[in-house]
Write a new protein. Structure first.
Lengths: 140, 250
């Protein structure tokens, strides 16, 4: 019935401590941030490579050719997933802010958009990866 | 014909059984060391014990240096908000029957820790004072009672329940990283007056909350609503203030 264990950690940060165990609302916000940043970086590269067509159409074709491999294909699927989540959750947040019943139904709305996300992504990923699969494992 | 009133059958109640609980507490005492230490105490807990009982048991029987705030111990004064197993709770309102055998207790996040579980509440109260949490009226003093309809009273009923424990504000990810954000509690208390039909300071308060660090910082993570020991629908209240600002309709 006494002190059994003591561990030391430097007070590096002002606050520190364990991770806050927020629920769906907090994690949906974390995912919203991550997907938002990912989409931003894609758009950054996308604007650059598309602008290249005005400078040199040949270089543009070379750059686009480097995208035609299964790895970039996987990244494209990730991009679609990120944009889709960000868009759907954005609609949920609009409902939370402007619909009087929104705050009460926020959790249900999150599961609804997750369901829609899965329903779109499962066939979407299948058709998007179909070509890469054929390239990787023959038949084309 | 008389009959003895039948007594209800007495079912024997089992005596409550205690269990040993490991309580891991984040300790910090700048007078001794700048280092944070995690100290684990083992205490016997009954299902009817609250976390506060365990803390008082530790302080009374094992380690008198343990420091925490508590006053009424009945969920009214709002002194003992702390992070229990990762979420903000009032230690006096959480029963041990609802908790596992291992507890992790930390001070609420986002306010400077002074010692152990005691934080500096001044930034929190500063934000509270900034929204003018008092009745503002103009013109002549009313000569009779100021009546209010039930519907008008219900408009802000939820936000009158706040006890200023800071559980909501210190559960907010925006507040952790940006201490100048007013925080949910200040907005809740602004809401309480903004939507009071007797109050005339709504415009003034809305203007204060229209600030960059005001109501627009809210990212609707619902951590505040989950943390509130009074069950106030905080995110909803904040959304109502946002709408009042957008449409200038109280």
């Amino acid at each position: 019935m006494s002190t059994t264990a003591t561990s030391r950690a430097p007070a590096k940060t002002k606050f520190g401590g364990t991770l806050y165990r927020g629920r769906e609302g907090m994690w949906s916000w974390v995912a919203h941030r991550i997907t938002g940043v990912l989409t931003f970086f894609f758009l950054f590269a996308h604007v650059l490579d598309t602008a290249l067509v005005r400078v040199s159409p040949e270089s543009y074709d070379t750059v686009i050719a480097t995208y035609k491999n299964p790895f970039v294909n996987l990244m494209e699927i990730g991009l679609v997933g990120a944009v889709l989540y960000h868009a759907l959750n954005g609609l949920r947040i609009v409902a939370v802010d402007f619909w009087s019943r929104g705050p009460r139904l926020q959790r249900q709305m999150l599961w609804l958009i997750v369901a829609v996300w899965v329903l779109v992504m499962v066939p979407g990923a299948f058709f998007m990866f179909k070509h890469s699969f054929e390239v990787l494992f023959g038949s084309k | 014909m008389t009959s003895v009133a039948e007594r209800p059958a007495v079912t024997p109640v089992d005596a409550p059984v205690s269990r040993p609980v490991e309580v891991k507490i984040r300790r910090y005492n700048p007078e001794v060391s700048e280092d944070v230490t995690w100290v684990t105490y083992t205490v016997e807990a009954f299902p009817t014990d609250r976390v506060l009982n365990l803390l008082m048991k530790i302080k009374g029987e094992q380690d008198g240096t343990l420091t925490f705030r508590r006053s009424c111990a009945h969920g009214v004064c709002g002194s003992d908000a702390m992070r229990i197993n990762g979420v903000n709770r009032l230690a006096c309102k959480v029963l041990m029957k609802d908790l596992p055998d291992r507890l992790t207790i930390e001070p609420i996040k986002g306010l400077p820790v002074e010692k152990d579980l005691v934080v500096d509440m001044e930034p929190f109260f500063e934000a509270y004072r900034a929204v003018k949490p008092f009745l503002i009226t103009g013109g002549n003093e009313p000569s009779k009672e100021w009546l209010q309809s039930q519907a008008d009273r219900d408009r802000f009923d939820d936000t009158t329940k706040c006890i200023l424990c800071a559980a909501c504000t210190t559960s907010c990810p925006v507040f952790w990283t940006d201490g100048s954000y007013f925080g949910p509690a200040a907005i809740v208390n602004a809401h309480r007056f903004i939507f009071d039909s007797r109050d005339q300071g709504a415009e003034e308060r809305l203007e204060i909350l229209n600030d960059r660090e005001g109501v627009w910082r809210c990212r609707t993570t619902f951590n505040c609503t989950e943390a509130c020991p009074r069950g106030i629908q905080i995110t909803k209240a904040i959304a109502e203030v946002k709408q009042a600002l957008l449409f200038r309709r109280v």
